[in-house]
Write a protein that binds this ligand. Structure first.
Ligand code: M6R
Length: 606
């Protein structure tokens, strides 16, 4: 994770760096730091915690200089304190880093033998000492080439030198890095989002490349120092001004926004007059595809799992899902007739990107479903389907989850019409139902009061369980992830039928258990599983859909009814109370809802 910014200009840069660091906080918020070159000296200020703390420090100790680098950290090596915060500097060089240097322990030992003294526990500091060491006998460019060859692992780097008042070196292997072009100033950034307030002209470094960035000129090189040409891309200059408004937290806003984000997305993909799906230019023929693999991490993985159920219901394709960090290192037998779908809100998740890259290198058919359209995963897939839900700031994914499921569902409908698995009449009916979804989500949001009451119990629990079958199982996993991520309560999602194979042993008197039992084909089975946990003392919060039939079961602690719809769409509605349950549990505990401990919005390290 971690975010990098660098600016060289003819005016002071510290406040512009701070502004960009704020935009990068979604990548990490353990600590922040900035270094500038001022009259042949490296000046740096670092703070534990948020960029706000760094800014307070800057008020007391001003940082001059027209060239500087900044960093927000998500700790990998060494605890999140000021010493371990980036930049890391020697007298001659200062470095910011995103990624992990896997051979840092070996390099550190060698450098210590040569007399280098280390201040921090980070892997990054070895880069500082290596550069300092190589500079003794090499020019700057050769130093960079030699140092980069010494490093194993993944990195994006920003490097400045005390005697270079107009030079930032950027280098990339694995972790993304962008260059921005401005009037008499140029920029380095982890992504175009960090640079958007300054420029819409962007180039991306490719893997293994480095650049020498000056205020009026940028040169790009491959790992051997051979010059490479770069395209300048024009990204959208629209800065999305996304504020909390009257909401206490971004997450609360993002939950409430879902009827609108779903409506917008449906509008993008559905032709309202003809009830047709507006997905054109698919670069492959489905006659040649017999399998689909869906890949993601965390919440995005849960939307993949959800899609598996829809794929199986609506098409005759073979479908499997994979967690990106597993997929990328497993022995994969790539086959031409397989379509690989990558799901990611940020489009920058390191494992998901690596899995995509692996498929691209093996010449597979790749499609990505992303929120951030200028992201690496969007750029590098053969075909992209955006989820159109606007910025998601809360670390816990909410509206993006619904957006991912929605686009996956629409894509599956499209595929099922192309493969003739679904006839025109059924397709039209499903599209008509889909158009009602925003309203149903809006109405389901009104289950608020009951959820608030239940949240008190969940927030105080030692542990909890989320059970579901079929379409409700991925949603149970997602509900559990939300609760643990926000309220730090142990929560497990399980297929309800699995309980008797072990997890039932965990149930004890008063343990809160969410049971997702909509009136679908699995309903009766799930209700039986619910009775088994109630019999062992569980406090069951049953989430079902509205129906004229009463739930036949005794001793249910709480029941919440979401709106009714066709079975395919019930998962969207079941998700809403679970999002609120997690939100109110964390609120009750006074936790930092938008930035939960130890996490980051965009996971750019593996
Ligand atoms: O940006 P991505 O969708 O690729 O992120 C994947 C996960 O890191 C993310 O969904 C994470 O699990 C969320 N914090 C969960 O709320």
């Amino acid at each position: 994770m971690c975010g990098i910014i660098g600016i060289t200009s003819n005016k002071p840069v510290s406040s512009a760096i701070i502004n960009s660091l704020r935009k990068l906080e979604y990548r990490g918020y353990d600590s922040a730091g900035i270094a500038t070159i001022d009259n042949g000296f490296i000046n740096e200020i670092k703070s534990e915690g948020r960029v706000d703390n760094l800014e307070k420090n800057l008020v007391t100790k001003s940082l001059k200089g027209t060239l500087g680098i900044g960093h927000v950290r998500w700790a990998t090596h060494g605890i999140p304190n000021t010493v371990n915060a980036h930049p890391h500097s020697s007298e001659t060089v200062s470095v910011v880093h995103n990624g992990i240097i896997e051979n840092s322990t070996i390099l550190k030992k060698l450098l210590i033998k040569k007399g280098h003294k280390f201040k921090s526990q980070t892997d990054t500091e070895v880069i500082v000492h290596l550069i300092t060491e190589y500079l003794k006998e090499n020019n700057l460019k050769d130093t960079i080439i030699k140092v980069l060859k010494q490093l194993h692992g993944s990195f994006a780097l920003g490097i400045i030198f005390k005697d270079q008042s107009d030079l930032i070196v950027g280098a990339r292997r694995g972790s993304p890095l962008a260059v921005g072009y401005g009037p008499n100033e140029n920029y380095l950034g982890s992504d175009s989002y960090a640079l958007k307030s300054m420029t819409n002209k962007i180039s991306y470094l490719d893997d293994g490349e480095f650049c020498l960035l000056k205020k009026n000129n940028v040169e790009f090189f491959n790992e051997n120092g051979i010059k490479v040409n770069k395209k300048v891309l024009h990204v959208s200059s629209q800065e999305e001004n996304y504020e909390k408004g009257d909401f206490k937290h971004f997450m609360a806003k993002e939950i409430e926004e879902q009827p609108i984000t779903i409506k917008n997305c449906v509008k993008e993909y559905i032709d309202n007059i003809n009830n047709e799906i507006n997905i054109y230019n698919i670069p492959w023929k489905f006659d040649n595809i017999s399998s689909v693999v869906l890949i993601g991490c965390g919440t995005a993985y849960h939307s993949c799992l959800m899609a598996k159920y829809w794929f199986e219901e609506l098409t005759s394709l073979n479908v499997s899902t994979d967690i990106a960090s597993e997929f990328r290192y497993r022995k994969n037998r790539f086959k031409e007739d397989t379509l690989y779908i990558f799901v990611s809100q940020s489009g920058e998740t390191a494992d998901t990107y690596a899995a995509l890259d692996l498929c691209n290198k093996n010449k597979m058919k790749t499609c990505s479903i992303v929120n951030v359209i200028e992201s690496s995963i969007a750029r590098d897939a053969n075909f992209v389907l955006p989820i159109h839900c606007g910025p998601e700031v809360g670390v816990a994914s909410t509206k993006a989850f619904l957006g991912q499921m929605l686009v996956l569902y629409i894509f599956i409908l499209k595929i099922s019409s192309l493969t003739n698995d679904l006839d025109k009449k059924n397709l039209t009916n499903k599209i008509k139902d889909l158009k009602l979804l925003p309203k149903l989500v809006q109405e389901t949001l009104l289950t608020e009061d009951k959820i608030r009451m239940s949240a008190d119990t969940f927030s105080e629990a030692k542990g909890s369980m989320f059970l579901g079958r079929g379409f409700s199982y991925p949603i149970a996993l997602e509900g559990a992830l939300k609760l643990k991520e926000l309220s730090y309560v142990h929560a497990e999602g399980y297929p309800a039928g699995e309980m008797k194979h072990g997890p039932l042993a965990l149930i004890e008197d008063g343990m809160p258990v969410v049971v997702l039992a909509p009136r679908d084909n699995y309903y009766k089975k799930t209700i039986s599983n619910m009775q088994e946990v109630i019999a062992r003392g569980a406090k069951v919060l049953l989430i079902t859909n509205k129906s004229t039939d009463e739930v036949v079961s005794e001793n249910i602690w709480q029941t919440i009814e979401v709106e009714n719809s066709n079975y395919d769409l019930i998962p969207f509605l079941l998700t809403i109370p679970l999002q609120k349950l997690a939100y109110y549990s964390a609120l009750k505990k006074g936790y930092d809802i938008d930035k939960p401990r130890n996490l980051a919005k965009s996971v750019t390290v593996e």
